[in-house]
Write a protein that binds this ligand. Sequence first.
Ligand code: HAM
Length: 445
Amino acid sequence: MRVEGVRGMRDILPEETLLWQNLEAEIRTAFSLYGYGEIRVPLVERVELFSRGVGEETEVVDKQMYVFPDRKGLQLALRPEATASVVRAYVEHGLYARGDLAKLYYLGPMFRYEKPQLGRQRQFHQYGVEAIGSLDPALDAEVMDLAWHLMERLLVREPSSEVRDPELRDEPTANGPRSTDHGLLLRVNSIGCRDDRPAYREALRGYFAAHEEELCPECRRRLATNPLRILDCKEERCRTLSRGAPRSVDHLCPSCRQHFADVQANLQALGLAHELDPTLVRGLDYYTRTVFELCSRDLGAQDALLGGGRYDGLVELLGGPPTPAVGFAGGMERLVIVVSAHHGATEASEPALDLYLVPIGDEARREGAKLMAALRRSGISADTDYMGRSVRKAMTVAGRSARYAAILGQNELARGEIKLKDLASGEEKGIGLAELVTSPHSFVR
Ligand code: HAM
């Protein structure tokens, strides 16, 4: 009986994992350059971590979370995101007692029961950072600079012309030279603190109530429960309406207003172009003050490459002392789409192996096995045929998988030699087996 995989949960095969590994290595390097250390948190948490932390009313918790009881009836959830888990770990391990900024990063799978489409999976993978312990607006800007820097590392080649959005070119708030680099756009907003929220919510409710019949059915419900979520709706009619809605930046208390002005000044100082997007509120309830998204024209409808912001109340909400924090997370699947669009399939076309052994006869096979074992211990990747292929077919496999073919037949064995063929240049030479074992790197480069 064939058992199929679960919808929205993809296998990633070796041809593709090569690119993933490269991206993950770049991500780790970029995160380390900004002073972040890796934290590994479990895939499974108590359900209340997310219902409290992310918010009962959010789509992610209300509609998309995988929830199940364990054998003793404890309600658990597959993590839909990692910020709440990282904050839980921060509180649980008393990291605040160190009195320093905690800079933590993570990579790993997340789970949301969404409608699968390009760049949207039910099991997807995030890379993200959380900087916990400072309210400094320079830190908000640094976190956004990290996001930019990461994309610069990954999207070094110029984008094709259609990735630029003509609509955004004349945007008066976009500034500086980096606004359309690589088809990327940094959208920024401030949604203020908890104290700013009630007045803003009422302003939104008043505005949308006057247009109630134009809203989608879901947003009519949101009107009563949480009108902020209407700004996040993907329905075209709601988006159109949202463009004329009251702006959160006009409902900030003096200290939030100052904080946002300082964030923008810091972005300016770093030369990070950004666009003020008054409809940007993000889909998770923990956000306060700064929110941002880095979007790519290569992604179509699911255009957010990464998103984040401040969550100054979350540590306290989850049982720690009042502690401000800021961070972001991005989707690996979306990064793979954008990077592939920029670079083509070049990453995957490099041969995976250093050497492919083509033995002729049983004795050569046995000697060859010993040789490969020695080469691998010297850090040279090597493989051979286990499918009973002819020499000609084995050479074809060598040609597509390795940089060198090593041919070992009776004649070579008798002379204590092996024939090494450089598969790119076609150049062949006989070398001593013992020599190859003792200094393999002088032959396989
Ligand atoms: P989020 O906006 O829900 O924020 O997700 C961040 C990113 O994860 C998105 O921009 C997108 O690239 C990717 N993503 C989300 N859902 C999916 C999906 N179903 N399939 C593929 N990719 C997806 C958070 O998760 C926050 N924890 C970010 C954060 C960290 N805020 C502060 N710190």
